[in-house]
Write a protein that binds this ligand. Structure first.
Ligand code: G1P
Length: 277
């Protein structure tokens, strides 16, 4: 039922300079696969087949990655290297990739609003922030878990996890009533609060399911934290009008927007490789 997934990917990735000077941060690899491909695979597993990316200047490598590369394919045809392209080819064959640009950095809410032209406003859609890399070795991926929850509650959902109190100021933070184990009906959410003002230590991570009325709400949302249009603020409005859920997902999340998380993810995937050379 949720067929479209948005990938906001217009950010500069300044924490990874100089690596991200000429290369999009979403193309940084964990082992041999770029971050955004992990996100696209998770969305595909969840049932999405339209992958809509909000890009910006200097992000063409993303578009090229999700397209055929005839020269390369020709070169490696029939060699042992061919199998290295199996996964990406499968995605290219089964998904449609669409793109639009966010010309100015005006916040995640604004980036998502720019995605309206790609996902339309008649059906719910998913959002994945590719630098939050999620895995669940024991079952469904995080977005698939959320899609299943959507089928039951039919409202916007954000993935949440507990973080140490001194880290809450890096996240959107929620509070709410636990209506089922690990499922919270949100009554408050604040973008990057100071530790002493945070409603809890339940932080939003980069997985969302949004109902399309969010676009009209974003349009009427004033700039918030850092002078940017925050999806957290728009979701708070939605929560007041109806219902938004926070879902404590099953699995692991790596903050690949930070050096520590990036190294942690690299080690995790290296240690869990099916075939170690
Ligand atoms: C964004 C959101 C924030 C959320 C975070 C998850 O912040 O604004 O609410 O907690 O993603 O990664 P960013 O990390 O882009 O500053």
């Amino acid at each position: 039922m949720i067929k479209r997934c948005l990938f906001p990917a217009a950010g500069y990735g300044t924490r990874f300079l100089p690596a991200t000077k000429a290369m999009p941060k979403e193309m940084l690899p964990i082992l041999t696969k770029p971050l955004i491909q992990y996100g696209v695979e998770e969305a595909h597993e969840a049932g999405c087949n339209i992958m809509a990316t909000i890009t910006g200047r200097g992000k063409r490598a993303i578009t090229d990655h999700f397209d055929l590369s005839y020269e390369l394919e020709h070169q490696i045809k029939g060699t042992s290297k061919e199998s290295l392209l199996t996964e990406i080819r499968a995605l290219i064959n089964t998904c449609t990739f669409t793109y639009t640009r966010q010309n100015e950095m005006k916040g995640l809410g604004d980036a998502i609003y720019k995605g309206k032209v790609l996902v339309g406003d008649s059906a719910p859609f998913a959002v994945i922030l590719a630098d939050d890399l999620c895995v669940n070795p024991d079952g469904d991926g995080v977005l698939k878990q959320m899609v299943k929850l959507y089928e039951k509650y039919k409202c916007s959902i954000v993935a949440i996890m507990e973080v140490p109190k001194d880290k809450v100021s890096s996240y959107g933070v929620i509070s709410g009533k636990e209506i089922e184990k690990g499922i919270f009906m949100i009554d408050n959410m604040v973008e990057k609060p100071d530790a002493d003002k945070a409603p809890s230590n339940l932080a939003i991570i980069g997985r969302y399911i949004l109902t399309p009325d969010i676009f009209e709400i974003i349009k009427n949302t004033k700039p918030g934290k850092a002078g940017e249009i925050q999806i957290t603020d728009a979701l708070m409005t939605q929560a007041k009008k109806g219902m938004v859920l926070g879902y404590k997902f099953k699995g692991k999340r790596f903050d690949c927007g930070s050096l520590d998380g990036f190294v942690e993810a690299t080690n995790y995937f290296y240690n869990n490789m099916e075939k170690k050379k």
